[in-house]
Design a protein around this ligand. Sequence first.
Ligand code: GLA
Length: 390
Amino acid sequence: MTGTQSKPLSPAELALLFKDRYQHSPDGVWAAPGRVNLIGEHTDYNEGFVLPFAIDRIAQVAVRLRPDRKVRLISSLAERKQVSVDLDQLHPGTMNGWTAYPLGVAWVLQQRGISVPGFDLYLDSSVPSGAGLSSSAAIECAVALALNDLTGAGLSREELVLVGQRAENEVVGAPTGILDQSASLLATEGHAVFLDCRSRAAEAVPLDLARHHLRMLVIDTKVSHAHASGGYAARRASCELGAEVCGVPALRDLSPADLPEAAGLLDEETFRRVRHVVTENARVAETVSRLATTGPASIGDLLDASHASMRDDFEISCPELDLAVGTARGNGALGARMTGGGFGGSAIAVIDVAAEATVRQAVLSAFAEADYARPDIFAVSPGAGARRVV
Ligand code: GLA
């Protein structure tokens, strides 16, 4: 995908673009947000805990059902070229590039026995792709919600989370968990989503940074990653091995007190992977508890510890992310960490509102000095989840 703009089109603008290309109006427009994961990384597929929130960067789709089996797709992120496919010809190996997300969702719905007719779709997104902010889940969730509404399939948001995840796993080929789709579909404004990835119970946790004179900055390092390539799957395999050797169904079942025993059972590298997941789950619980008691200004050391664990134990950071985190911390951030799957993407920093200009300038200078690409730095706050907008 190319050319993500930071400002989303208005739903009316998207509907007009749709009409211009397809010569009729869409049946509706649906929006789904990207996310920032506050804490709880690589814990979702270990049946553990995550604490993401939706951001105001959104994917939007204008959709109109067709009377036949044809699907036509246009994306403003892919030079507005039209792709046409036959719904009956879809199978996982044949869907490529950005079209794998909407077509993958249509395919999964059909696999679940839902009768999906042909449709015309126009996509626009302001979620930067490859930035660790769930640009792909945002597309999947917008399309899943649209097709669910238009076909009257009646799936719940929790079921749509699994539709999006299955599209990602089986069509895109990334063995990811339920974090991203849950954030996009279950988030509410002003809250993070505290999700137990085993029971799938979700709780809205108030996260009002402004009231505490705080701001959350995203530092997009512009180092692009893709979870359909090796590193993510290798980490997941290490976690599964760790759980098996320790004799538990999932790493969720180990607590920090079990780590000394695990150290005796596991090879050194697998042990570090396990230690990350086990300590990260504990940090999520502690973050939720502090947010409710001492407030968001008190979670900085947990974000720092999470980053150190991902850098040293899970080994999914990269020099650009470490520089972003270290520079933010060295210039007044209360806490900072990489967010998302890793191997590139974005860092987040919680800062006092008054420190914003200093932190921004320090990060830009440090990146220029290191000869890294200029990072994109922007503030986010917890926004609304996926919804129909027209
Ligand atoms: C990606 C995946 C999620 C999750 C994170 C790491 O965003 O899509 O399922 O595993 O990485 O926390």
